[in-house]
Design a binder for this molecule. Structure first.
Ligand code: ADP
Length: 605
């Protein structure tokens, strides 16, 4: 979360302004692959600028030629025409090449940024909102797109235009040039002050915009919940509040921009009028004492150069704002690009095969997003290969957390988790995640076809997909769809029923042929028929595999080789179902409550 003072400067919790170093050079080196296009563009730009520079000179020649002969006029006009045509062709190349470079650059930047985002550890996503990330991908990258290509080249173009024009003007009339230059410092100082002021506001504006996207994202993606609670008004209010905030900065931006333009306009036109007045005086002098002043043609040319310079200044000052905005956006982009994931998605040991189960040794864990509550305390247990271990206990006890740690979504704060006899943190996650499949209570599917969902974890043939679906009791209902395996499931699988979604998710796990299965048994959400089909699929999936199951069903705990009872992050009891019943402790109470309540295993909330 970024906070700002009324000047738009970012501040920390104590209200001190935060100074951040941003590097335009770094942005420019990131566009390294586009440098050759930019180089060609620069050549075109030089040609276009040369034409721009020469034109007024020949313009003045034409005016002065009008006082001599028609032949001379024709000749000079022809040259002028050629200069303009050459300039137009060069301008085409300049514009095309620079825009092309910008497009290429932003496409690559987006790809790199996405790669940098997706590789972060799960804890990062626990604390960062989706809308903010997607906004950076879409909007911030767009803002920097032009800064190191089109804008930098424009900057050079106008600088060349200014230097070139001023040199010619100096030759035409040193005195008049001096008059013009005396106005420059005022404009420059103004531009610098303005730029500093606007940079902060622009960044605040962008950040608020990102916040607004986040609010919209959340409401739209949870539209069912919004509808259920008639939350449309609240969503609208929240969104409006965010948008209004960004509008607040936008208003400041508009006023600052307008004010700056106004002031620059007054100074620039004032300068032009001043030059014109002084130039006219020089023309009169020339008439009275030839050789001491300016010809009419030269004054015309001079005035055109003056306009050239003024225009170039105006463009540069507007570029200035763009640069400032790009710097703000690039700051946020670099922040993401530079972030090192705490758990890498790949890299580490790859074993020949997975022989051995799961071992937890004194594992303690605290969620990074909630540092003051320890969720697991010195947890030790193991799942022997081919065995089924059931985790039971009141909800919030830490069962799902244990499963997340096995997937290495997080690293434990102390203790070790072993997989196949090796410390999990030394194994290549990409490898071990292929050995482990997880079937959760509420699986999420991707907005694509059933086939692609089932084959998400690896390349698979149609036969393999169908085979997995059969094992998961999903083939039947899939075949009944008109489009079969090509049926689109909708966002997160909304077009399937709960039970169908689960069976597709089971097929998705089975196609990986995992050695280890992590199961989170559904509590109740399914109807009896569906539940039966899902349960049958799960039972089949468990055969011959090492299984850790968060159990809610009596039949599951009965068949487990060991039941581990977790409460408040600690293992409070362990043993077989029968042993634990005999012991008459927590477990027995849980089971009794279950028996009196119905079929599902207890979840005490
Ligand atoms: P169970 O699966 O036994 O119901 P969990 O492992 O889901 O329990 O939760 C254990 C504790 O960890 C709970 O207090 C829960 O609020 C907390 N918790 C779960 N997930 C997160 C998370 N991503 N960030 C912070 N705290 C979490």
């Amino acid at each position: 979360v970024h906070r700002y003072n009324s000047d738009g400067q970012e501040i920390d919790d104590e209200g001190n302004t935060i100074k951040k170093k941003v590097d335009l050079w770094r942005l420019f080196t990131m566009a390294r692959d586009e440098w050759w296009i930019l180089g060609l563009g620069c050549l075109a730009m030089l040609a276009a600028s040369a034409s721009n520079m020469m034109a007024p000179l020949f313009f003045s020649f034409v005016v002065d030629a009008a006082l001599t002969s028609i032949e001379k006029v024709n000749h000079t006009v022809l040259v002028l025409l050629l200069i303009y045509i050459g300039g137009a062709i060069a301008a085409f190349f300049r514009s095309w090449l620079f825009t092309l470079a910008g497009m290429r650059f932003v496409a690559r930047l987006r790809e790199e940024l996405f790669a940098a985002i997706i590789k972060n550890e799960i804890a990062f996503f626990d604390t960062t909102r989706t809308g903010e990330l997607t906004n950076r991908l879409a909007s911030d990258t767009g803002v920097v797109q032009n800064s190191v290509t089109v804008n930098i080249s424009m900057l050079f173009r106008y600088l060349i235009q200014i230097i070139g024009s001023l040199s010619i003007m100096f030759v035409l009339s040193a005195k008049l040039t001096g008059v013009l230059l005396s106005c420059v410092p005022i404009v420059s100082i103004g531009a610098v002050v303005y730029g500093k002021y606007v940079q902060g506001i622009r960044k605040a504006f962008q950040d608020e915009l990102a916040a607004a996207s986040t609010v919209a994202e959340e409401s739209i993606s949870s539209i069912r919940t919004v509808r259920m609670f008639s939350g449309e008004e609240k969503s609208k209010r929240d969104y409006n509040k965010s948008v209004d905030k960004s509008y607040g900065w936008g208003k400041k931006l508009a006023l600052a921009g307008g004010g700056f333009n106004g002031i620059v306009g007054v100074v620039a036109f004032g300068a032009i009028v001043l030059v014109l007045w002084y130039g006219a005086k020089l023309v009169i002098m020339e008439k009275e004492h030839p050789g001491t002043g300016l010809t009419i043609g030269s004054l015309t040319g001079f005035m055109m150069y003056t306009l050239n310079v003024a225009m170039a200044f105006a463009f540069i000052s507007s570029l200035f704002g763009d640069f400032m905005q790009a710097l703000g956006a690039s700051e946020r982009i670099f922040e993401l690009l530079d972030r090192k994931a705490e758990v890498n998605v790949s890299g580490g040991k790859v074993l020949d095969g997975l022989n051995g189960g799961i071992v937890f040794k004194n594992v303690s864990f605290t969620y990074p997003s909630r540092p003051d509550s320890e969720v697991l305390k010195e947890v030790s247990f193991s799942v022997e290969p081919g065995k089924v271990v059931a985790l039971v206990g009141p909800s919030g006890g830490g069962k799902s957390t244990i499963v997340s740690l096995i997937e290495r979504f997080y690293d434990p704060n102390s203790g070790t988790i072993m997989l196949g006899g090796q410390d999990l943190s030394t194994l290549d996650p990409r490898w071990f995640r292929q050995q482990i499949s997880m079937v959760s209570q509420e699986p999420t599917l991707f907005a694509t076809t059933i086939k692609e969902n089932i084959a998400y974890g690896r390349e698979a043939s149609d036969e393999e997909v169908e085979d997995a679906a059969r094992q998961a009791n999903a083939h039947q209902f899939i075949s009944e769809f008109e489009e079969g395996y090509e049926t689109m499931v909708g966002e997160r699988g909304v077009r399937l029923s709960g039970g169908q979604k689960q069976r597709v998710a089971i097929a998705r796990s089975l196609i990986m042929n995992p050695a280890i299965l992590l199961l989170d048994e559904a509590t109740s959400a399914l109807d009896a028929e569906s539940e039966h089909l899902v349960q049958e699929a799960i039972d089949r999936a468990m055969k011959g595999r090492t299984v850790l199951v968060i159990a809610h069903r009596l039949s599951t705990v009965r068949n487990a080789s060991e039941v581990v009872v977790i409460d408040k992050g600690k293992i409070v009891e362990r043993g077989t179902h029968d042993e634990l019943l005999q012991k008459g402790g927590v477990y027995k109470k849980l089971v009794l409550r279950q028996l009196s309540a119905g079929r599902a295993m207890p979840s005490i909330n």
